[in-house]
Design a protein around this ligand. Sequence first.
Ligand code: ZN
Length: 430
Amino acid sequence: MIDQSTIDKVIDTAKIEEVVGEEVDLRRRGVNLLGLCPFHNEKTPSFTVSPAKGIFKCFGCGEGGDSVGFIMKFHRIGFLEAIKKLASKYNIEVEEVEETPEAIQRRKEKEAIQIVLNWSQGYYHQQVEKMKNSENHPKFVPFLNQWFVSSEAIEKYRIGLSTSSGDELLKEATNKGYKKEALVSTGLILKNRDQHKDFFGKELIFPVQTISGRVAGFCGIKLSDMSSSANVRMLGATPSFDVEKEILGIYQAKGEILKRKGCHIMTHPLEMVYLTQNEIPQTITILPHTLAEKQIKQITRFSTNIYLWCSENLGSILETYNRISKLIHSGITVKVIHINKENLVKYLKDQRTSTIEAHANDAKDWLHFLVETFYAKKEQLGLGNPDVFIKILQIINVIPDAIVKGVYVTELSRLINMPEELIWEDLRNL
Ligand SMILES: [Zn+2]
């Protein structure tokens, strides 16, 4: 038995275009690659490879799958053999483990957790559907309308609803025969001594899907005031959910991020919905204080052009500063869209596509944003001129590329009217 972490590593590393490209002559066609199908005879290519989705698909014979599936079909071998083949291609050391009774137990538990997650996602989503079609909840349709969440968005993100703060999910799940231990492992049911209750109360619920579409966790927004960032929360880390890795919306956005060569990062799920509804589908959500290294790696698989949206709120400005710092450190191009309003959810909700597109086109380089905003708001931020200067230098200091760093020093010198030599000296003294 191959260790599960090895299997995950192989699946994460193997790029479909490279794996297929070794056997099939592929040509670029838009965001996809096209070639002659190796599984049936054809003269005009109908065999498509999608790097963004990580899959191949033949429109002639219907064959399709991921990298591992391709190797299995092409070489007519089993799953584990295919994993070994790919591992050797990518120089990944294969750790073979005897599947102990404990390992079998763990695998079964993981599978049980996934079944519960899938079912729960369906349950919450059904509640939205039920309300739409039911006379019992006449208030809910205007409620969703008032927040301008379209039916398309509800389907796209599989948005769901928890209608009571209590145990609606627990009751329904136990009725259906799901075990309490599995429910508790998902994090959706909280256990306190012998008492069980739902994690989510009256909340709008977004499933968090992995890049390949598996439901890994959930994000909820309290219905009482959906515009407040304080009312948004992720399910905590569970055996199935790595909060530092998963990204809300990446599954829906990845193809668009690749195609449009950029990614917009929002801090509230509804901001993401409003951008998506207005022709900017290359958008994801990362809650405040949670941008982690693993998430940055996930995003940069598709694009290294990042757009951060920032409001007039001081918390949002500081959050943007932190994000710039982390992203610049990873060698990413960052632009900021700074909107002169306190609350982005409330503002974006009422805007038309043309206005939102105009904002997106008005993105500023991160340095311009910092110089403008931090000097203008230094008193509110409790900073003096030297503090602002140091804060900006701290970011320039982590730019990994020496040439790019030089360009930013020159630009800063121009913006704040200070000789470059002095800036370099202060950089050295940091
Ligand atoms: Zn075919």
